[in-house]
Design a protein around this ligand. Structure first.
Ligand code: PMP
Length: 405
């Protein structure tokens, strides 16, 4: 199914040595590495096509514009949106969520209103809503989750009131790896006439996403977590909602007519794309999607599941390791602690052995509070990781464990 040698050959950075040890990169939930085809697409844009889009009458500009719009079509098809106009390019998940929270908040939040989020959100899906609520005198309601890392849907249902205006939850938790039952979460919200935003930052490279089947109102993700460059992200929004939201930023490209008295706004999606976008990064996003499609998203998911199961089993076999997030449905993320050792100490020792993991609260402080811990060590796998790397990681844990006990 997966030709791992062929895949790894696309990632030259995996040949790096760190402190004389081969690099083992297990920090994929923070950002994935980029395949050669993506790096080439970015470099080729600057070598052969660099120009500003949409406004130019000249060849380079019109070619770059066509390619930019082809990427929009690629993204539309990738997530099965019904229209190209529903795909807005942003800098990443954070900007996509801020756009919705800000514009939705201005138009639809009022004193006493309520916004439902979950207890396992990234700060990016907490703080923008807090800002929007503060401005309007609205408040946040939080869906609790179990010790296993599973959202409590009964509590969720009980959070709705006639003041609920929007629900915002992640598809997959970046800390716990939990795949949330978002189709059910969306259906419940819709039964109350409430729209739903999904933070897809951690799902988009691991699971097939069909926004029409999910029936979500907004879906947000970042290119850099799906083998594309940093600086490009996506906001999918149903046309009916994007039409109703006021613009987020003002500037060039998002306008139809400007006078000092009054401005009329451009049509979708340009209404939300003020200023010069990151054209090269956008073109390279198309190549990244093609890279994933050449392997097959189902094959990626199945392979990563094997890596997850293998690593979980081997970590549990060591003994004395606490894993945070044991939901039945997870992506390839393992948050753990060795005994009572501080996560930073574990991360530093692993680094010296060439193994890159993330340590800390992973921008999810409320999850840490829920478990009463300062942070975790997080190993997260991508399609280019191998069971041999996991073996080396397990051997490293066995080696450093006595130093930390
Ligand atoms: N949500 C989740 C679940 C994430 O994991 C991240 C990135 N760690 C973000 C939002 C923010 O993504 P970005 O920094 O690419 O905007």
């Amino acid at each position: 199914m997966i030709d791992i040698e062929k895949i790894r050959a696309q990632f030259k950075i995996l040949d790096t040595t760190v402190y004389g040890k081969p690099l083992i990169y297990f920090d994929n939930a923070a950002t994935t590495q980029k395949p050669e085809c993506v790096i080439n697409a970015l470099a080729d844009y600057y070598r052969t096509l660099n120009s500003n889009i949409h406004r130019g009458a000249h060849y380079l500009s019109s070619e770059a514009t066509d390619r930019y719009e082809q990427t929009r079509e690629k993204v539309r098809a990738f997530i099965n949106a019904s229209k190209k106009e529903e795909i807005v390019f942003t800098r990443g998940t954070t900007e996509s969520i801020n756009l919705v929270a800000s514009s939705f908040g201005r138009e639809f939040l009022h004193q006493g209103d309520e916004v439902i989020i979950s207890g396992m959100e990234h700060h990016s899906n907490i703080v923008p809503w807090q800002l929007a609520c503060e401005q309007k005198g609205a408040s946040l309601k939080v869906i609790p989750f179990s010790g296993q890392g599973v959202l409590d849907l009964d509590s969720y249902k009980s959070l709705f009131s006639d003041k609920t205006r929007i629900v915002a939850v992640n598809h997959v938790s970046n800390t716990l790896g939990t795949v949330n039952p978002i189709a059910e979460i969306i259906a419940i919200a819709h039964s109350h006439g409430v729209p739903v935003l999904i933070d897809g930052a951690q799902s988009i490279s691991h699971l097939a996403v069909d926004v029409q089947a999910l029936d979500c109102d907004f879906y947000c993700f970042s290119g850099h977590k799906m083998y594309a460059p940093m600086g490009i992200g996506v906001l999918y929004g149903k046309e009916e909602w994007l039409d109703k939201l006021p613009p987020y930023q003002g500037g060039g490209e998002m306008i139809k007519d400007v006078t000092f008295e009054r401005t009329t706004y451009n049509e979708l999606p340009f209404k939300f794309e003020a200023g010069t976008p990151s054209v090269g990064d956008t073109l390279a996003l198309k190549t990244a999607i093609e890279f994933m499609q050449s392997i097959g998203i189902e094959n990626i998911a199945a392979y990563e599941q094997q890596l997850l199961d293998y690593a979980t089993q081997r970590l549990n076999d060591i003994g004395g390791i606490r894993i945070f997030g044991n939901a039945p449905h997870k992506t390839s993320v393992i948050s753990f602690l060795i005994g009572n050792a501080h996560p930073y100490d574990t991360g530093t020792l692993l680094d010296k052995l060439g193994i890159a993991v993330r340590t800390g609260h992973h921008c999810t402080q409320p999850i840490m509070d829920r478990y009463g811990i300062p942070g975790t060590v997080r190993a997260s796998f991508a399609v280019y990781n191998t069971t041999e790397e996991i073996d080396a990681f397990i051997n490293a844990i066995i080696r450093i464990k006595p130093m930390l006990d």
